[in-house]
Design a binder for this molecule. Structure first.
Ligand code: PGA
Ligand code: ZN
Length: 428
């Protein structure tokens, strides 16, 4: 058995040029590995805490030197000597050291850096690809919960961002992402080729119609100033057709409404000219109408993170034909997912490791969701890095979908390219 011998950390920059944590880790057998932590913009309140320095003189207060120090002085030394393959023990030790419910003492960015680097190290030390190691960890987590959950690694179907709005682009759209799901493709490489074709046709269609079809948002989607969400959905459908594919059969729409960010506690406030504040029931009507007029297979955060009754109602209306994915609603948190299962408030969960802060907790949330028959969508953040771990996580846990952002910007392509390499090994 190899043991963790050394843990180091440094401050590096993410895709928005904001500081984030990189952890380097070495084992007693000479193996080395590293991991980088992503960062969201449209964060949910239930997310684990990202520790920032708050020193306005550096990076406008966004520095992560305190998190780096917490890795080097506290978390790293505590992980030293442990077996990198024993993720559960490592993560338990990290959690004990932090001791808070939301990792606010040492920072979820520090904790996840060590947790994820350890997973990489275990894979490197035993010379298996990371997705195989994640598969092993998944089986163990399923075993602990007694849910069986036997799974072989499998390629996910991507949900790829085409048009960006909300907090991710400078435009006027309230909804955050309009995505394409190439569910009719025979395998991953074919689906990815379709996506690129649709993306390019969309850029051309937008430009021809006088909208911005070149500049892209944080996740690589176009950020045109369109009239409203219906027009955005229309453009994506037209792009699917222009790519000589059949909307609804070859490729369909997914929408991340990210509605928490325009919910004031009582009403959904769209910023469209002339828009009136919508009650939860009216917002549900709007979503049902969208899903009726367009080939929509998935709606994420259609309602806000505290609107549990609204989610229940939406699930009754659309749950049998549309994936209703909780992102801010669940924050990859097992307790919140459990609550959602009891209330039948959704049928899918978005999975972001840094929302919860350790590999073990991420897997436990996924196992719970899977046992309830829910779909799992492994997701990147809007602030990303060259770290491609989520590709391996999605394959190793046989998640149905992966959501990386668009087919532009190399922090996104690092993950798509990783998936292309994995597809050669696992097929599909
Ligand atoms: P975020 O966006 O990383 O800014 O939270 C991604 C998402 O909402 O799915
Ligand atoms: Zn989201």
């Amino acid at each position: 058995m190899a043991a963790i011998a050394k843990v180091r950390a440094r401050e590096v920059l993410d895709s928005r040029g904001r500081p984030t944590v990189e952890v380097e880790i070495a084992a007693s057998d000479g193996s080395v590995a590293s991991a980088l932590v992503p960062s969201g913009a449209s964060t949910g309140t239930a997310e684990a805490c990202e520790l920032r320095d708050g020193d306005a003189a550096r990076y406008d207060g966004l520095g992560v030197l305190r998190a780096v120090e917490n890795v080097e002085r506290v978390l790293g030394p505590a992980a030293t000597g442990l077996d990198p393959a024993d993720q559960e023990t490592i993560d338990r030790r990290l959690l004990e050291l932090d001791g808070t419910a939301n990792k606010s003492r040492l920072g979820a960015n520090a904790v996840l850096g060590v947790s994820l680097a350890a997973a990489h190290l275990a894979a490197a030390s035993s010379r298996v690809p990371l997705y195989r190691h994640f598969c092993e960890l998944w089986q163990r987590a399923a075993g602990r919960f007694g849910t069986g959950g036997k799974k072989a690694p499998r390629m996910p179907v991507p949900m790829t961002n085409m048009i960006s709005g909300g907090l991710h682009a400078g435009g006027n759209l309230d909804f955050q992402d309009f995505l394409v799901v190439p569910h009719g493709a025979a395998d991953f490489p074919t689906g990815l080729e379709w996506i690129v074709r649709i993306y390019r046709r969309l850029g051309r269609l937008l430009s021809e119609a006088g909208y911005e079809g070149r500049l892209v948002g944080d996740e690589g989607g176009y950020g045109p100033r369109l009239e409203d969400h219906r027009q955005a959905a229309q453009f994506v459908v037209r792009a699917i057709e222009a790519a000589k594919l059949r909307p609804g059969q070859d490729a369909s729409l997914a929408i991340d409404v990210a509605s928490t960010h325009f919910f004031d506690g009582r009403h959904y406030r769209l910023s469209l000219p002339g828009a009136v504040p919508l009650s939860s029931a009216e917002m549900i009507e709007l979503l049902v109408e969208l899903a009726t007029h367009f080939p929509v297979v998935s709606i994420e955060d259609g309602l806000a993170e505290e609107d549990w009754f609204g989610w229940q109602e939406l699930c009754q209306r659309l749950g049998d034909r549309v994936r209703l994915v909780g992102d801010d609603l669940f924050a990859t948190n097992a307790e919140r997912v459990k609550h959602g299962i009891e209330l039948q408030a959704a049928n899918s969960v978005l999975v972001k490791m840094n929302q919860v802060g350790t590999v073990t907790e991420t897997l436990e949330t996924m196992v719970l969701a899977d046992a309830a028959g829910w779909q799992r969508v492994v997701s990147a953040r809007s602030g990303e890095t060259e770290d491609a771990s989520i590709a391996d996580l999605a394959v190793g846990t046989a998640a149905q979908h992966i959501k990386i952002g668009s087919v532009a910007r190399s922090e996104r392509l690092a993950k798509y390219n990783r998936l292309l390499r994995i597809a050669e090994e696992v097929g599909g």
